[in-house]
Design a protein around this ligand. Structure first.
Ligand code: PA5
Length: 483
């Protein structure tokens, strides 16, 4: 479980500041013609100023709400008291959600609770329930979760901002039916809904049926919602210090208040990534060297992709823009992906994420002294090995003229994770300004959803069903292209 820390102590806070080292993005380090020049970066100042102004305006005028999430005092108290009740009553907490309504809770759990958390005893879990996140509709996967939890000792948290997502609402209907059959009208004591404060069918159902609810502010979209009730409720239930998490996010807000590109870590990283893309590197790899951070790379992949991958610019032009985020894990993916990153096409920028203090060392005992290939390992630690390998990857990338940068966390705790996630959200929102697109919508995903509605017989989508039938007919006439 997490160490007790004092995030109110300014000295501790400064010591826990995360850092961005971008020297290997620059031509000075990786070579002329490969990296970004200082001049190119400086030339971005005017564009960055415009993006900063627009983003701050959206924040001031409450179109963009994620900046405010670190300061939601009352909601935090409500979440904590509900979480305490769940801890007393339940053995398991099951999130029903997808996309932004699932990736945040998963990222926080992996980062801030011990590995194999669900396999620990209740005592080892500090009395907290097991956590399951049903983020897909694979019938075998979903039934697999229901098989391992006892509904009478489980709280199901349905999370949907829109309240109408087919995947999540199907799961909700299945669980509600199962609970009603088992528990009669007490089913509602085992369900909690996280959704828009006013809009959407889930809000209406929750009100009509008397379910406990938690709000997702109207101006906070799914992939920017990790610090709303979406991420905070599951996190509080599994014993994560949500106040420390929000303090980390608030600290990053402070660090990113400046419009000066060179002082603002989120703006600077967005600009470097943007320039890398414009210089023919549209693949953006995030590669943490810590198991605990691997689901943050997954969360970030959605944030970066769904926010920046757009067809139409803010001034109505067809742009088909957006970098492709790729997640990797060090040292594991050194034996899978790194060869491509080092010697393949010059189309990638790699963000390494390192941790100074893992809270563990894992000493390698002295053994096989006489065998040259093994003897050198004895007396070292796995911590030394993973840190050496990370530096070795950085050097190999740099030597081969590959753009890379490093984010370092002094340790993985709620305060540093709060900073990292908030930095990534500010970076993404700001990058939207640089790309001149709306980072907060997802029209392409909506397009796909409409065909699914048509096929499943939803009223109002008959036209889409017709398109599907025509597509299937045409596909039938093209049978020759399948083996
Ligand atoms: O970022 C987004 O807006 C999406 O990924 C949503 O989170 C996802 O589609 C789920 O939507 P909802 O929370 O409305 O069920």
């Amino acid at each position: 479980m997490q160490k007790k820390v004092n995030w109110k102590d300014p000295k501790w806070k400064t010591g826990m500041r995360i850092s961005l080292d971008y020297k290997n993005m620059m031509a000075d380090s990786i070579g002329k013609g490969y990296g970004i020049t200082l001049n190119e970066l400086e030339k971005m100042a005017a564009k960055a100023k415009r993006a900063d102004k627009a983003l701050k305006k959206d924040w001031r005028e409450r179109r963009v709400g994620f900046f405010d999430l670190p300061y939601q005092g009352e909601n935090v108290s409500n979440i904590k008291s509900f979480a305490n009740k769940v801890k007393t009553d339940c053995e398991a907490f099951v999130v029903l959600g997808i996309g932004g309504s699932a990736l945040g809770p998963i990222a926080l759990q992996t980062a801030l609770n011990p590995p194999h958390y669900n396999l620990l005893t209740k005592k080892e879990r500090n009395g907290c329930p097991r956590l399951f996140v049903a983020d897909n509709i694979d019938p075998a996967g979903f039934e697999g979760i229901l098989r391992v939890v006892d509904p009478e000792k489980t709280m199901f948290n349905v999370i949907s901002k829109s309240g109408g997502t087919a995947e999540t609402m199907s799961q909700f209907i299945i669980v509600r039916d199962m609970l009603k059959k088992r528990l009669g009208k007490n089913y509602k004591d085992h369900m909690v809904a996280t959704t828009d404060p006013e809009k959407g069918i889930l809000r209406k159902i929750a009100t009509d049926e008397g379910l406990e609810t938690f709000p997702i502010p109207a101006n906070v979209g799914g992939r920017f919602s990790v610090f709303s009730s979406v991420g905070l409720l599951p996190a509080a239930v599994v014993g994560i210090d949500i106040e420390e998490l929000l303090a980390g996010a608030a600290y990053m807000n402070e660090l990113c208040m400046t419009g000066d590109l060179f002082q603002n870590p989120a703006y600077l990283n967005a600009t470097l990534q943007f320039l890398a893309d414009k210089k023919g590197k549209p693949m953006s790899v995030m590669m943490p060297y810590a198991d605990s951070l691997k689901d943050i790379a997954d969360w970030y992949r959605q944030l970066w992709a769904e926010s920046l991958g757009k067809k139409v610019s803010l001034d109505g032009k067809i742009v088909h823009t957006g970098p492709t985020p790729i997640k990797a894990l060090g040292a594991t993916d050194q034996h899978s992906q790194l060869q491509l990153y080092i010697e393949g096409p010059f189309d990638k920028v790699v963000t390494l994420i390192g941790v100074k203090d893992f809270g563990a060392e894992a000493k390698i005992p002295k053994a096989y002294k006489e065998i040259g290939e093994l003897g050198y390992l004895g007396g070292h630690t796995l911590k030394e090995l993973i840190q050496a390998e990370m530096l070795a990857s950085e050097m190999a990338l740099t030597h081969n003229h590959r753009m890379n940068c490093t984010i370092t966390l002094p340790e993985v705790n709620a305060f540093t994770v709060g900073q990292l996630l908030q930095m990534m959200m500010i970076q993404t929102a700001f990058a939207g300004g640089l790309y001149n697109i709306d980072p907060f919508d997802q029209p392409g995903v909506e397009h796909g959803k409409q065909y699914a509605y048509g096929m499943m017989g939803r009223k109002g989508f008959e036209g889409k069903k017709k398109e599907v039938d025509e597509y299937i007919k045409k596909a039938g006439s093209l049978k020759g292209y399948a083996v």
